[in-house]
Ligand binder design. Structure first.
Ligand SMILES: Nc1ncnc2c1ncn2[C@@H]1O[C@H](COP(=O)(O)OP(=O)(O)OP(=O)(O)O)[C@@H](O)[C@H]1O
Ligand SMILES: [Mg+2]
Length: 394
């Protein structure tokens, strides 16, 4: 018999109960209200490890902003999905939405021209506008920052005049190309200076803080940085117990404690673990023994899914680098310690380090230290035969 399950492990899947993010939501609501009153707001960047709930948080915020009449668009940056074409399409959609207002007709035309120039010059596969060769030459630009700034300031002015603020939600910011990120920061900065109601809510892995400040020093003032972390005991307890309340199911304290102990309050792990626990019992009270029973299944599911997809993206040299990090026995670990484990000079491991950071598997912490972006990744590595073999050879 099919039994509906209220837990939702999976990338970006909204949980039936969003635990522990009330403060973030409240402060953003205030910022949205200010934006509606035409008070330009700083943009906000959420950073955190894989599976902590960045995407679901920004999705919830988008719903709230939409409810308040803010024009919102979600952009997911991917290596194969060009950022420029996405931002151009979103800007065009905004213009379509406000174009009926007589007051902004002239501004809409100006904004469309700015978008045309951006697409013609920087979107390699752009098919948004069909233009003659002559027109193409007319719109051609060789400065991405200037073109994107023109788009932002003109749609910003349109937003101001049409009293329709804009909020772009940009997920996986760490995959943005350096020049795109630099242009986005500059464009947003100029729009803010002019007092137009455009804001960005971004999310990405912990390395984005450094990426942004490396790109433009003033980005530190342009953005509010917020860390999204694992849930506290009380928040985890709610994430575990609330989804089944309507189904008249309870957990004993010992069961809750053990789930928190194993998952360490990581939202994805909680959803995955509780899904298995719930699936495997028909009792109305979930006890410690129900939890213990699915423990092997829980690790197997994580190992074969969450962890393995990341591990399989690694080359042989990446894997050895990861093994060395685990062998350091403490995380974050220093680069000199990793090179010692590998028996190599610090400089020679730099390309592998950069590659792993690019793939979003590790990130730099403070000065010369590294950690995994995937929570509990070292436990997974330690369970691997490949790792055990490697250790024997060391
Ligand atoms: N506050 C929360 N309370 C309960 N469950 C949550 C919470 N936040 C996220 N989850 C659950 O955790 C899982 C991961 O969420 P999400 O995809 O938003 O993480 P993420 O930080 O965006 O991860 P990634 O870096 O891999 O994109 C989902 O299954 C979601 O339902
Ligand atoms: Mg995400």
């Amino acid at each position: 018999m099919f039994k509906p399950n209220p837990y939702r492990p999976g990338a970006g899947l909204m949980p039936t109960f969003l635990a522990g993010r009330d403060e973030d939501i409240q402060s953003m609501e205030q910022m949205f209200d200010a934006l509606i009153m035409n008070i330009p707001m700083q943009s906000v960047i959420y950073s955190g490890l894989r599976g902590v709930g960045k995407t679901v948080l920004i999705n919830r915020l988008q719903k709230i902003a939409e409810g308040k009449g803010i024009f919102c668009k979600h952009i997911e940056v991917e290596t194969r999905n060009d950022f420029i074409s996405q931002i151009a399409t979103c800007s065009q959609m905004f213009l379509r939405e406000v174009s009926a207002k007589e007051k902004v007709k002239q501004l809409v035309r100006k904004s469309l021209d700015a978008i045309k120039s951006l697409v013609v010059s920087f979107d390699p596969n752009g098919s948004t506008f069909s233009l003659s060769i002559q027109d193409r030459e007319l719109y051609q630009s060789n400065n991405l920052t200037q073109s994107l700034t023109d788009v932002f300031t003109s749609i910003g002015e349109t937003a101001y005049e049409s009293e329709t603020p804009i909020c772009f939600f940009i997920d996986e910011i760490q995959y943005m190309k350096v020049e795109e990120l630099g242009s986005l920061i500059a464009a947003l900065h100029r729009t803010n200076q002019l007092g137009y109601p455009v804001m960005v809510i971004g999310a990405g892995l912990p390395k984005i803080y450094k990426m942004l400040s490396d790109e433009k020093t003033y980005s530190e003032r342009l953005f509010i940085y917020k860390e999204v972390g694992s849930l506290t005991y009380e928040q985890s307890e709610k994430a575990i117990t609330e989804p089944v309340k309507k189904l008249h199911v309870l957990y004993t304290k010992a069961a809750v404690d053990q789930i928190i102990n194993i998952t360490k309050g990581y939202p994805f792990f909680i959803q995955q673990f509780c899904k298995l626990v719930y699936q495997n019992t028909d009792d109305k009270v979930i006890e410690l023994e129900h939890v213990e029973k699915v423990l092997p299944d829980f690790f197997k599911t994580l190992d074969e899914g969450f962890f393995k997809v990341r591990y399989e993206r690694c080359s042989d040299s990446d894997k050895k680098f990861i093994f060395a990090m685990v062998k350091c026995n403490e995380l974050p670990c220093t680069i000199s310690n990793i090179s010692k484990q590998l028996g190599k000079k610090g400089k020679s491991i730099s390309p592998t380090r950069a590659q792993l950071i690019n793939k979003g598997i590790i990130y730099p912490v403070r000065h010369k230290e590294l950690d995994f972006t995937v929570p509990e990744f070292s436990g997974f590595i330690q369970r691997l035969d490949e790792y055990k073999e490697w250790c024997k050879k060391q």
